[in-house]
Design a protein around this ligand. Structure first.
Ligand code: ADP
Ligand code: MG
Length: 239
């Protein structure tokens, strides 16, 4: 639908002969936060790679604000305002913090004001300002995650996809990352939060999709799933 920020519709995707996504549909409403849950290997990252053009689907459609982008190059999809914070951060380890941010800078679409700059990202993450000249590979895991988020913001996106941002971080740092995510949502970004941790997602998500073996097994608004008494952890295979 046109008021969806991002939609994957009936996606089938493969790595070579390996069929990893089966008829996957998910919708991210404008200004909403979609929690995408699933165990290791469920197809979460593959779904995000389809969304940003890194994994062209064999069947189905991807739309960004109602515009068909299926099969388009990652650069073209990024230009429409979709940014991915990849799993494992993937910052440029041999560049400085500042350089990592600067290379990602992009003006927002349609002459909108430039919300995210080196200055505003450094205000959001004061630690990145302190470490501006430090080589990114020497940052802690939490700092690298902040840098990965900051780098995505530098592209001034409308849609932010975050692939397991809590992975491998200490609980206190996870709490900081989650409060940043809440803040970005409050500022109007549409967000997909990919997680294995049902609790983290249940706390912030408007809508939830659970993948299992490349298929959607649960979907609905968080409120609706609560009302139906659906135990997210059970559908993740955690008892
Ligand atoms: N580059 C790849 N080549 C081949 N198979 C892959 C590749 N990346 C992921 N897979 C396989 O695709 C399936 C889904 O993986 P992935 O999307 O990474 O799951 P998740 O992010 O939920 O852990 C898994 O079976 C995984 O082994
Ligand atoms: Mg993954």
């Amino acid at each position: 639908m046109a008021n969806d920020a991002l939609a994957l519709s009936e996606i089938d995707a493969f790595y070579g002969d390996s069929h990893v996504l089966h008829d996957v549909s998910l919708r991210l409403g404008d200004g909403r936060l979609l929690g995408l849950l699933g165990r290791n290997g469920a197809g979460k990252s593959s779904s995000m790679h389809v969304a940003v053009g890194l994994l062209p689907p064999r069947r189905g459609a991807v739309t960004v604000y109602g515009r068909q982008v299926t099969g388009r190059a990652p650069e073209a999809i990024a230009a429409l305002g979709v940014a991915l914070v990849p799993q494992g951060r993937r910052v440029f380890k041999s560049l400085t913090v500042r350089e990592n941010l600067a290379v990602a800078g992009r003006r927002p679409r349609g002459g909108l004001p430039m919300l995210w700059t080196l200055e505003t990202v450094a205000t959001l993450f004061p630690r990145l300002r302190e470490r501006g000249k430090q080589i990114a590979g020497s940052l802690s895991g939490g700092e690298q995650q902040m840098l990965a988020i900051g780098r995505a913001l530098m592209s001034n996106p409308r849609v932010l996809l975050m692939d397991e941002p809590s992975e491998g971080l200490a609980p206190q740092i996870v709490a900081e990352v989650m409060s940043t995510i809440r803040r970005l949502k409050a500022e109007g970004l549409s967000i997909v939060l990919v997680e294995q941790n049902a609790k983290l997602v249940a706390d912030v998500a408007d809508d939830i999709v659970i993948l299992n073996s490349g298929r959607v097994v649960v979907e609905g608004s968080a409120a609706d799933l609560r009302r139906r008494g659906i135990d997210l952890r059970q559908h993740l295979g955690i008892y």
